[in-house]
Design a protein around this ligand. Structure first.
Ligand SMILES: NC(=O)C1=CN([C@@H]2O[C@H](COP(=O)(O)OP(=O)(O)OC[C@H]3O[C@@H](n4cnc5c(N)ncnc54)[C@H](OP(=O)(O)O)[C@@H]3O)[C@@H](O)[C@H]2O)[C@H](O)CC1
Ligand SMILES: [K+]
Length: 665
């Protein structure tokens, strides 16, 4: 027993070192893959590393005294399955019918070793299922391979490091370890219902990763300094080889050249990325996310260089250091040494001003939830954004009026991609969004209007049903009575497909209020494909108004089946959240379904952003082809939730043509 404990202590002692070594690569990998690093993931990954360390130490330690040691019992592999049961029965007085022998059994080495062998890989099975999302058979194979690696390491004497096996290769160990992995796999199953789902954690991390956090920027700067330091070292070797190593001025200027290369020349070549930023998918841009000029990189990093070194150099002058000892900033130091009183004051004032500005910028960024802006960024009019953030910002700047979107659609159709195909892609994009937020098949309600926005809804409904999501599509009329094209043919197509392929998709035509509310109450996701860019007026007509009210009620009040009925009824009568009379947006209910609006939330004018009565409140809006003016105004955020763009096609060439057309007009 003591051996187990001491091995775990050994693992705990070596863990900080391992953690230190893996942290930078881990952060770089996570930032590249997800953009941000949730604490939960770090906890899980580091605990997994610690567990592996414990497992290997338990299996491999203690090592024999010397390389040639022969451990007699370990020389012949034990290949008889269940040998430990025979040995146990042969050597003890255990009798199943005699309870007084049971307790002694637990203290028997054969029993507790088998127990520990099972226990050893229980966590592995848990991690494999919960974090790595492996199936049972993959867990079985991985569990077996891991235990095989333990046993072969023992058999080969740490892969040849020792001349003889120092522990017994035992098939019973293989079996018990693998069993342990499977026990872990089954045990974690029920817990996964309450544990956070890592697919959603990843999704949130991706969203949060759109921002260039302070940590991410600091890490990229650290990487750049490491790269510059390494290059500086190489140059140093070069200088030494050329016999120039002793010359201070040369080394000062080569250091500066290396910094210039890393922080100015490289960004010029890569259009705004130092190597560290490239690694972490960051980019230096102007404050409006447009491309920065070479002199801005120079200003940004030149200022930073001065901000880091000048105060120290000036201070050393002020405190009377010998200019010749302070190296590269000698001139400043020299000047400072001769104007001490003046400089002491100038220095104090500047530092105080800098401190105050730092505080102001920090409070501003915290209150407005905006990234922290560095002083050198402010002066050079540059900032660091994530590559994805730059992309999104640029997309959001390319806003098209609703009439222009229609013109764009025509251009695309004339070029050979018909509207029906665009509808197919639009609906698929919506279904993909639902699947990202509700990763396992669960009931979905699609509210489909009679226009082409509804057509997108029909496509999304089929795409989800194809992935085994039980879908209820609510429509106001029979598919054949839909007037808009290609919505009509698409709906007919989906209808026929559903019957033919027996998809889990039921269509409710003009359901009454109770049926509608029941369907929405049972849904994990709601797709709002009622009204899109074709909506007009400041009131939504029936039956859509009732659909929107039902979806909003479920979103803000929770499901009807879950108590608080009277309270909810009153709230519904007041209907304040629909009329937008509340100053602040109402709280989303905890159990609200994920609500995604197709193109624009129903009731919101895509052109002006004005909300009609009622207007649907979504968690996310997937808008097609281009952002519309009504979606980018911050006030509409409470209806749209986060807005993402589904490009459907590469719109760049068409946008250029459209631009020419608009100019001609
Ligand atoms: N942009 C693209 O690339 C694509 C967009 N698609 C989708 O199509 C819609 C636009 O479709 P459209 O048919 O032009 O219009 P809508 O479906 O948004 O709306 C038309 C229906 O709305 C009814 N309506 C209008 N005002 C009201 C109101 N105040 N109350 C109730 N109902 C209203 C209207 O009924 P009418 O009786 O007035 O005719 C129509 O039934 C776009 O948003 C995208 O989602 C395609 O997928 C292709 C690609
Ligand atoms: K909609």
């Amino acid at each position: 027993m003591n051996v187990y404990v001491s091995n775990i202590v050994m693992a705990a002692l070596s863990f900080p070192l391992i953690a230190f070594v893996i942290t930078i690569p881990y952060m770089v990998y996570q930032y590249r893959k997800f953009g941000s690093i949730p604490w939960l993931r770090t906890l899980v990954v580091y605990s997994f590393v610690f567990y592996l360390l414990c497992a290997y130490f338990l299996v491999l330690l203690p090592l024999p005294e010397d390389r040639t040691a022969i451990v007699p019992y370990a020389q012949t592999p034990q290949l008889v399955p269940f040998n430990f049961v025979h040995e146990f029965l042969a050597e003890t007085s255990f009798s199943p019918s005699n309870p007084s022998t049971w307790l002694a059994t637990l203290r028997d080495p054969y029993v507790y070793e088998a127990f520990f062998n099972v226990l050893l890989l229980v966590p592995l099975g848990m991690y494999l299922r919960y974090y790595f999302r492996r199936t049972w058979w993959q867990t079985l194979i991985i569990g077996f391979l891991v235990t095989l690696s333990f046993e072969t390491t023992q058999l080969t004497g740490l892969w040849g490091l020792y001349e003889h096996p120092y522990r017994l290769f035992d098939v019973d160990d293989l079996m018990m370890n693998t069993l342990g992995a499977m026990v872990g796999f089954w045990m974690v199953g029920p817990a996964m219902r309450v544990l956070p789902d890592f697919r959603l954690v990843n999704e949130e991390a991706r969203e949060a990763g759109m921002r260039a956090s302070v940590t991410k920027r600091a890490l990229s700067f650290l990487l750049d300094l490491l790269i510059a330091g390494f290059l500086g070292m190489l140059v140093g070797f070069g200088l030494a080889a050329a016999g120039l190593s002793g010359q201070e001025t040369i080394s000062v200027w080569t250091d500066r050249a290396v910094l210039l290369l890393c922080f100015v020349v490289v960004p010029v070549v890569t259009h705004g990325q130092t190597l560290g930023q490239k690694l972490l998918r960051l980019r230096i841009v102007r404050s409006d996310a447009s491309r920065a000029h070479w002199y801005q990189f120079l200003a940004r990093y030149g200022l930073l260089y001065l901000m880091i070194w000048a105060p120290f150099a000036a201070l050393s002058g002020v405190v009377g250091l010998d200019p010749s000892t302070s190296g590269e900033m000698g001139a400043i130091v020299n000047f400072a040494a001769h104007n001490q009183t003046l400089l002491v004051w100038a220095w104090v004032v500047l530092m105080a001003a800098w401190g105050v500005s730092l505080l102001v910028r920090a409070v501003r960024s915290w209150r407005l939830k905006r990234p922290f802006v560095m002083l050198n960024g402010l002066i050079s009019n540059t900032r660091i954004m994530t590559v994805a953030g730059v992309e999104r910002e640029r997309e959001r700047r390319c806003v098209l009026d609703v009439a222009d979107v229609a013109a764009l659609e025509r251009l695309i159709a004339d070029d050979g991609t018909p509207l029906a195909e665009l509808m197919e892609r639009a609906g698929t994009a919506v279904a993909d969004t639902v699947r990202l937020h509700v990763p396992d098949p669960a009931p979905v309600v699609v509210l489909a209007g009679a226009g082409n926005n509804g057509g997108d809804g029909w496509v999304a409904a089929r795409a989800l049903a194809e992935q085994d999501y039980p879908v209820t599509l609510i429509t106001s009329d029979l598919a054949e009575r839909i007037k808009a094209e290609p919505a009509r043919s698409t709906a007919l197509d989906v209808f026929a497909d559903t019957a033919e392929r027996d998809l889990p998709l039921r269509v409710l035509i003009a359901p009454d209020a109770d049926v509608l509310i029941d369907a929405i109450d049972g849904a994990e996701a709601v797709v709002d494909a009622i009204l899109g860019t074709g909506f007009a007026g400041d009131e939504v007509r029936p039956p859509y108004a009732a659909w929107i009210r039902a979806a909003n009620r479920r979103r803000f009040e929770g499901s009807r089946g879950k108590g608080r009925g009277r309270h909810r009824k009153r709230a519904l009568e007041r209907g304040r959240h629909e009329r937008g009379e509340r100053r602040s947006a109402p709280m989303r209910a905890k159990d609200a379904p994920f609500t995604v609006a197709v193109d624009v939330p129903s009731g919101l004018s895509a052109q002006t952003g004005a909300a009609a009565r009622p207007c649907l409140a979504a968690d996310m809006t997937v808008t097609m082809l281009a952002y519309k003016p009504g979606l980018v105004a911050t006030e509409t955020n409470r209806w749209t939730g986060m807005v993402t763009l589904a490009r459907l096609v590469d719109t760049k060439p068409y946008l250029a043509a459209l631009g020419d057309e608009l100019e001609d007009d």
